[in-house]
Design a protein around this ligand. Structure first.
Ligand code: F6R
Length: 585
């Protein structure tokens, strides 16, 4: 959601913080701010993206070698300068940055107001600043004030506080917080991307721990104040790849990486894939869950496992499970799919399933994430950092793993030849000219429908999600046969319909749907390995073994969504109102 960062060292803090924030902007990006400790605590913040606010306010010119920074994705209080972080306490002697939600902030706020502490913002976060200040005023002791503060906070949070004497202290409770250990410097960050340019040595804090950084160095405690020891970890060099390189946007770079990320999907998790498959084969009930794109991947699993391995699996939208926890039968298996491994809805689904004694397995990209820690078996997507907010390469990596599980589940009835699939994906990526041309045509379109049958329906749903996020066009995925049960009423000459129609058992029925739509005047974009006169635009995909079409047919739609964003002059990497990892429910 938001990103938080802190720096304690002997360099100038503000430029380091601003660079770190730029790299973590994918997490949330409606406003930004930095505070440093010079003679007093200095603070600048404003609404907009990091680069824009920095150009205007020169965040990176603040003096001092200790500081904190934040990019916000608004939850409590609208997007305004005042609601942007850092938030100072009412005396200005402490400033904090926070990621997460404080559930009892109203109660804390009114208590503190009665004691004379003033609030300027509408945020829940400001309660942390004033609660810390209150506890510090009582104790004059930073460690005690942290212990007392976390004992009062309800919700989930990671925050970094900067005190008047230059001490940084940070606490973690169900939101990520990582310590970067550099040469004579320390970083506190929501993501290793915040400090990877400076150091690849990290300490992953556990829930219920806080750190203190001052002249004495780094100390880690649990919430009761007992010292905690942690090993340092070497962060994968892959994270250093989080640059756009020659690409205009991360989204385009990540779409283009798919020929290699598909090959790497689950590569170093062979044992976990074998064990998960074994458990699925012998389980009474299997559930598979995720949010957004990851849920669409779960839907693909349902079709493939049922068709090829005769295994029934029930896909569950993660955010729905808390409203029907009885769905999960005792002693079953829950497979959770999540790129970030930090989606609050997915973690909550895991929590609920655990109460029914379910075994938890996961398919994740970030192996240090909360979801990975919660799972007894973890299959790594291995696709490297995905910075573009819209999921692209992580989706095909998820599918890559689902195919590998399918192959094992059906005892080799399908053969996953990753090299061949990768070649076909490369072929689609070779020439963008036709897709760019179609994107131009779609510039002023308000509605678009995507049709697919059977396993192509989840791809239609994923296509609609990509178009919504990137092009802001209203888009809807429709199972082909449902057309005549309602959506046909919407078809007229203002409408575009994408038909996902590879040459498999769904081909002729879907072609018939295309003709029915065409007869009502709508324009048809056909994604197929076979041409047809019904298509106003034909996006050709290579012919592959029919089971693998889903992995190929999503690629042109990712590109179309990307180029539609370019046509509309919006930023494809950071769609409005969204955040890369949705750590709030
Ligand atoms: C869509 C998208 C979101 C995520 C969803 C789940 O492009 O990015 O729908 O797929 O928020 O995120 P993870 O997979 O990190 O749990």
């Amino acid at each position: 959601m938001c990103s938080i960062i802190g720096y304690y060292g002997n360099g100038l803090a503000a430029p380091i913080l601003v660079r770190g924030l730029k790299r973590m902007e994918y997490r949330g990006y409606d406003s930004v701010g930095v505070a440093t400790k010079d003679k007093a605590i200095l603070l600048k913040k404003g609404v907009g993206k990091v680069a824009d606010v920095n150009n205007l306010l020169h965040l990176d010119s603040l003096p001092g070698s200790v500081g904190i920074g934040h990019t916000r994705w608004a939850t409590h209080g609208s997007v305004t300068d005042v609601n942007a972080h850092p938030h100072p306490s009412s005396s200005g002697q402490i400033a904090i940055v926070h990621n997460g939600i404080i559930d009892n902030y109203e109660e804390l706020k009114s208590e503190l107001q009665q004691k004379g502490y003033q609030f300027k913002s509408q945020t829940d976060s400001e309660a942390i600043a004033n609660l810390l200040q209150f506890n510090y005023d009582q104790t004059q002791d930073i460690k005690k004030s942290m212990i007392q503060t976390v004992s009062r906070l309800k919700g989930h949070y990671a925050f970094v506080a900067m005190f008047q004497d230059g001490t940084l202290s940070a606490a973690r409770y169900h939101e990520p917080l990582i310590v970067g250990v550099g040469k004579r410097s320390y970083f506190l960050s929501s993501d290793v991307l915040g400090f990877i340019e400076k150091t690849d040595v990290a300490i992953y804090l556990d829930n219920g721990e806080f750190v203190m950084l001052n002249k004495g160095g780094l100390e880690i405690y649990d919430f009761e104040g007992r010292p905690v020891k942690h090993q340092t970890t070497k962060v994968s060099k892959e994270f250093a790849d989080a640059y756009k390189g020659d690409y205009a946007h991360f989204t385009l770079k990540e779409i283009s990486e798919q020929p290699s990320t598909i090959i790497r999907a689950g590569e170093s998790s062979g044992d976990a894939i074998n064990s998960v498959t074994d458990f699925i084969k012998h389980a009474k009930s299997v559930y598979i869950t995720g949010s957004g794109t990851s849920y669409n991947a779960a839907l693909v699993a349902k079709y493939l496992w049922q068709k090829y391995a005769k295994v029934k699996v029930e896909p569950i939208i993660s955010s729905e499970l808390s409203f029907s926890p009885e769905t999960v039968e005792p002693n079953s298996i829950l497979i959770a799919i999540s790129q970030s491994g930090e989606s609050a809805d997915v973690l909550e689904a895991v929590n609920i399933a655990r109460k029914s004694n379910a075994k938890i397995f996961s398919i994740v990209n970030i192996l240090t994430s909360s979801l990975a820690q919660e799972s007894s078996l973890v299959i790594g997507m291995n696709c490297g950092p995905e910075i573009g907010v819209a999921a692209t390469k992580s989706f095909t990596s998820q599918l890559g793993i689902i195919y590998k599980i399918t192959e094992k589940l059906c005892d080799g009835c399908i053969k996953v030849d990753s090299a061949k699939i990768s070649e076909a994906v490369s072929e689609v990526l070779l020439d963008h000219s036709k897709i760019k041309h179609i994107a131009k045509e779609l510039r002023d379109i308000t509605d678009i429908y995507i049709l697919g049958r059977a396993v192509h329906y989840p791809i239609a749903a994923e296509s609609a999600l990509k178009l919504k996020e990137l092009s802001y066009i209203h888009a809807e995925g429709i199972p082909g046969g449902e057309l005549k049960h309602g959506p046909l009423a919407l078809m007229d000459s203002n409408v575009y319909v994408i038909i996902i129609n590879p040459g498999d058992h769904t081909y002729s029925d879907t072609l018939t749907s295309a003709r029915e739509i065409k007869a009502r005047g709508a324009k048809i974009i056909g994604i197929s390995n076979k041409p047809s006169d019904v298509y106003d635009h034909w996006i050709e995909i290579p012919t592959v073994d029919e089971v693998f079409y889903p992995l190929i047919e999503i690629i042109p739609i990712q590109l179309l969504s990307y180029y539609s964003a370019i046509e509309k002059n919006t930023d494809p990497d950071y769609p409005r109102n969204l955040a890369k990892s949705v750590t709030v429910k």
